[in-house]
Design a protein around this ligand. Structure first.
Ligand code: FAD
Length: 476
C-alpha cells in the first residue's frame, strides 16, 4: 500500500516529517513534485525558477540513490494528486503544510476530496520551528511585535529529535515528466549565469553551507552580520525557502554548539533570532493573508506614492548614483541575493527618497531573489516602508551615504559591484560627487558619464518623504 509524499517547499529527504511518517507506515514511499499551474497562486519569479530547476535535479538524484524516482508533473494539483492516487493505488498522501491563503485553500480542498475517498491524507510541519497559531500572547492572539515573540520562542522551543532519512524510496513504475522538458531555467534574458558561482542548490549544498557557517561564521555573526563587505551572514535563506534545510535542523545544530560552549554565546543567539524573524514573518502572513499587496497599517493607503518609471528603472539597474544602493541592486541581479543591511538601504531609498510604492520593490525582489519568499519579502518591504507590523517608522530615512560609510567600511562591497568607482579613495567612495575634480580624474570617474550623478539629492528626497508623511498623518 504505497504512500505518496507530495513535496513542495520542503525539497529534502533528511529530517522530513512527512517522509519519515510515510516510511514508518511501511509500503512503498513515492515522492512527487507538482509544478503548479493555477491562477490562484502567484507565479514564481525568474530567480526562484533557476533555483527550483537545480534543486529538483539534486533531489531527483538523491531519490534515485535510494532506489526510487521523483515523480514530476505539471498542472493543476487538484487534478494531478487524485490521478496519481489512482495510478499508484496509494492509500495515503502526506505533505508539509503551507501558510499562504491560496495555498491553504488548495491543500484544504485536496485533503477533503482525498479523505472523502477513504484516503489517509495528512499534513505535517516541514518548514517552521513552530506553526503560526502555536505561540500566543498572554492575552490570546498572535504576536504583532517581534521582541516578545522572540523571547517566547527562545524560552519555550525545544527541537524534536532528528528523524531518520528513508532507507529506500519507490516510484520506479510511475510515469513522470522530465524536469529538463519544463525549461524552468530562464533564458530570456539569460542573467542567471553568475548564480552558480555563489550557490549550490539542493540538500547537500544546504548542509555544506550550514556546516561551513557553524565552523567559520557563527562566532563572528553578531559583529559581522551588518557588514556587506565581510560575508558575515550564513547565506542559508534560499536553502531555507526551498526547504532543503529546515529551521529545526539549524536550531538543533546551533543549540548543540552553544551547549558545548561556543563563545560568544550571544553571537549564536543573535543568529537564531534571525531564524525566528523568518518565523515571525510567517505568523504575520498567516494572520494577514493579504500582506503581500495590502498595507498592514491601513494609514498608508493614502500615501501619495509617485509613478516614476524612470527612477524605478534606474533603481532596478543599479544606476541611482548612490554607490551602496547601486552595488546592492547589481549584486541582486548578478547573484540572485542581496545582503540584509543593503536590502534595507535600497528599500528605504525606493520608498522614501523616490517615494515609490513598496509593492514595486517587492515585485522586483520577487522576480530576482533566489530566496524570494511570500512571508519574508512582504514583511521586509513593509517593515522598511513603515507600513508593516513592528515596522521601522516611516520618518526613519536611511541615509545612503552614511550607511555605506558605516557598514561597507572598507569599501570592498561597492568596489566589487561598482568597479567603475574602484580607484576612488575610500573617503569619497560612498559620495563620489564630493570628490574634487582632480581626484575624480585620477580615479577615471566622470560623473554623468562613467557613473551616474545622484538621481535625487539626499536632503531633498528626505524632506519630500517627510512632508508626504506629515500630510498623511494630518489626514487621519
Ligand atoms: P542570515 O543573517 O544568515 O540569517 C539566517 C536566516 O534567518 C536567513 O537565511 C533567513 O531565513 C532568516 N532571516 C534573516 N533575517 C531575516 C529577516 N529580516 N526577515 C525574515 N527572515 C530573516 N528573506 C528571505 O528569506 N526572503 C525574502 O524574500 C526576503 N526579502 C526581504 C526584503 C527586504 C526589503 C528586506 C529588508 C529583507 C528581506 N529578507 C528576505 C530578509 C533578509 O534580508 C534575508 O533573509 C537575509 O538577507 C538572507 O541572508 P542570510 O541567509 O545570509 O541571512
Amino acid at each position: 500500500q504505497p504512500t505518496l509524499v507530495w513535496l513542495r517547499n520542503d525539497l529534502r529527504l533528511t529530517d522530513h516529517p512527512a517522509i519519515a511518517a510515510a516510511a514508518e507506515r511501511g509500503g512503498e514511499v513515492i515522492c512527487v513534485y507538482i509544478f503548479e499551474e493555477t491562477d490562484a497562486l502567484r507565479a514564481k519569479g525568474g530567480a526562484s525558477l533557476w533555483w527550483l530547476d537545480k534543486s529538483l535535479r539534486a533531489l531527483r538524484s538523491d531519490i534515485s540513490s535510494l532506489g526510487g524516482k521523483l515523480i514530476c508533473r505539471k498542472g493543476d494539483p487538484e487534478k494531478i494528486v487524485p490521478a496519481l492516487v489512482e495510478e499508484t493505488k496509494a492509500t495515503s498522501v502526506f505533505w508539509g503544510r503551507r501558510y499562504g491563503k491560496a495555498e491553504r485553500e488548495i491543500d484544504g480542498r485536496i485533503k477533503q476530496a482525498l479523505q472523502d475517498n477513504g484516503i489517509d491524507a495528512r499534513s505535517f510541519n516541514t518548514t517552521l520551528l513552530t506553526e503560526p497559531w502555536q505561540i500566543e500572547t498572554g492575552s490570546g492572539g498572535y504576536y504583532k511585535v517581534f521582541t516578545p515573540y522572540w523571547k517566547a520562542v527562545r524560552e519555550s522551543y525545544e527541537a524534536p529529535s532528528t528523524l531518520p532519512r528513508p532507507e529506500k524510496l519507490g516510484g520506479m513504475g510511475v510515469n513522470g515528466e522530465r524536469i529538463e522538458d519544463w525549461a524552468l531555467h530562464p533564458t530570456q534574458p539569460y542573467w542567471s549565469e553568475g548564480f552558480a558561482t555563489m550557490w549550490t542548490p539542493g540538500e547537500a549544498g544546504a548542509a555544506a553551507r550550514l556546516s561551513d557557517f557553524l565552523d567559520h561564521g557563527v562566532r563572528q555573526y553578531e559583529d559581522m552580520r551588518n557588514r556587506p563587505d565581510c560575508d558575515g551572514t550564513s547565506g542559508l535563506s534560499p536553502h531555507l525557502h526551498f526547504g532543503e534545510l529546515s529551521p529545526v535542523q539549524v536550531w538543533r545544530a546551533v543549540k548543540s554548539r552553544i551547549d558545548s560552549g561556543l563563545q560568544p554565546e550571544s553571537s549564536a543567539w543573535s543568529f537564531l533570532s534571525e531564524i525566528v524573524w523568518r518565523e515571525f514573518s510567517y505568523v504575520l502572513l498567516y494572520f494577514n493573508p493579504d500582506m503581500g499587496w495590502e498595507n498592514y497599517n491601513p494609514k498608508f493607503n493614502a500615501m501619495p506614492w509617485k509613478k516614476d518609471s524612470a527612477s524605478l528603472t534606474a533603481w532596478k539597474k543599479g544606476q541611482t548614483g548612490y554607490p551602496i544602493v547601486d552595488a546592492g541592486m547589481r549584486q541582486l541581479w548578478a547573484r540572485g541575493w542581496m545582503h540584509n543591511r543593503v536590502r534595507m538601504i535600497v528599500a528605504s531609498f525606493l520608498t522614501k527618497h523616490l517615494l515609490i510604492h513598496w509593492r514595486d520593490g517587492e515585485d522586483w525582489f520577487w522576480d530576482t531573489l533566489v530566496d524570494a519568499d511570500p512571508a519574508s519579502n512582504s514583511s521586509g518591504w513593509q517593515w522598511t516602508a513603515g507600513s508593516g507590523a513592528d515596522a521601522a517608522p516611516y520618518f526613519r530615512v536611511f541615509n545612503p551615504i552614511t550607511q555605506g560609510q558605516k557598514f561597507d567600511v572598507s569599501g570592498r562591497y561597492v568596489r566589487e559591484w561598482c568597479p567603475e568607482l574602484k580607484d576612488l579613495p575610500t573617503k569619497y567612495l560612498h559620495a563620489p560627487w564630493t570628490a574634487d575634480p582632480e581626484t575624480l580624474k585620477r580615479a577615471k570617474v566622470d560623473l554623468g558619464t562613467t557613473y551616474p550623478k545622484p538621481i535625487i539629492d539626499h536632503a531633498e528626497g528626505r524632506e519630500r518623504a517627510l512632508t508626504a508623511w506629515e500630510a498623511l498623518k494630518e489626514k487621519q
